[in-house]
Design a protein around this ligand. Structure first.
Ligand code: NAP
Length: 262
């Protein structure tokens, strides 16, 4: 299948590592121009070089803290100036802190809102003029399986990921007339630094070996293992490609069968 990504321009947020990086890599492999972004410039530089070397694609990078609107606007303008269009926006951010309801103050709630939901609102607002002008676009949000089923000890994530889903569903109605399709992808357990960090915290808390926590966690997944960032990126890249012409407003899990809800 031709994904129709050659010469398209993709802006991928929070992409120096993990799911964002795997998505940027896959888009570049398919011939897209890619702008990557995150907070740490050294990591970004390294990732941009790696993607360029592996794919030969046109890769640019710019630091951006997704919690700062000014930095988002600058990033979007620089992407537009450099590549002339923005065809694809992949929203992503670091995960909000773990914890239960009693652990969080107002400040924690506001921070999590800014990181997880307001960042998505702001990037979409900044990118829409480009997509509306060219009367086409694809937006994909990286969220979490918690939009379908709450995760233990992740109250902030559980709350704001469903907000992303509501936003995307509303926008799918408003943006269809401009041929802009928007979808959300929820990772179950995909082997990235973030997952390792979360597993290590649980292992420390329960005073057991990390391997035992991973084994327990994998046993709960029908496919019997964590997913790879590449497996996740394959699904995401289809949704933001030209091959996707009729899927919009959907929230799709990439979870090896973990979530049982229909
Ligand atoms: N992996 C999973 O199984 C899984 C499951 C459910 C949900 N998720 C969610 O999916 C998203 C990506 O997860 P991941 O596993 O790929 O995480 P990761 O490996 O920790 O990578 C996170 C990326 O986000 C960047 N980042 C973090 N905070 C940022 C900020 N404020 N502004 C801009 N960039 C920022 C990081 O770079 P800098 O630190 O340099 O900025 C890094 O490039 C997270 O929201 C996570 O909660 C992941």
């Amino acid at each position: 299948m031709d994904l129709g990504l050659k010469g398209q321009t993709a802006l991928v947020l929070a992409s120096s590592k993990g799911l964002g990086k795997a998505t940027a890599m896959k888009l570049a492999e398919e011939g897209a121009n890619v702008m990557i972004s995150s907070r740490n410039e050294t990591d970004l530089q390294k990732t941009a070089l790696e993607i360029r070397e592996k794919t030969g694609a046109n890769v640019a990078y710019k630091t951006c803290n997704i919690m700062d609107n000014e930095q988002i606007v600058e990033l979007v303008h620089e992407t537009g100036n450099k590549f002339k269009t923005i065809d694809i926006l992949v929203n992503n951010a670091g995960g909000p802190p773990a914890g239960n309801f009693d652990d969080f103050s107002d400040k924690d709630w506001v921070n999590a809102f800014e990181l997880t939901l307001l960042s998505v609102i702001r990037t979409i607002r900044a990118v829409l003029p480009f997509m509306r002008k060219q009367q086409s676009g694809r937006i994909v949000n990286i969220a979490s399986s918690s939009f379908k089923q709450p995760l233990e000890n992740l109250t902030l994530s559980n709350t704001f990921r469903t907000g992303i889903m509501g936003l995307a569903k509303s926008l799918s109605q408003e943006l269809a007339k401009d041929n802009i399709l928007i979808n959300t992808v929820g990772p179950g357990r995909i082997a990235t630094d973030r997952l390792k960090e979360l597993d290590s915290k649980i292992a420390k808390m329960k005073e057991v070996a990390l391997e035992d926590i991973v084994a327990q966690s994998e046993a709960a997944i029908p496919l019997g293992r964590y997913g790879t960032p590449e497996e996740f990126a394959n699904v995401l890249v289809f949704l933001c490609s030209g091959a996707n012409t009729y899927v919009t407003g959907q929230a799709i899990l990439v979870d090896g069968g973990l979530v049982k809800a229909m």
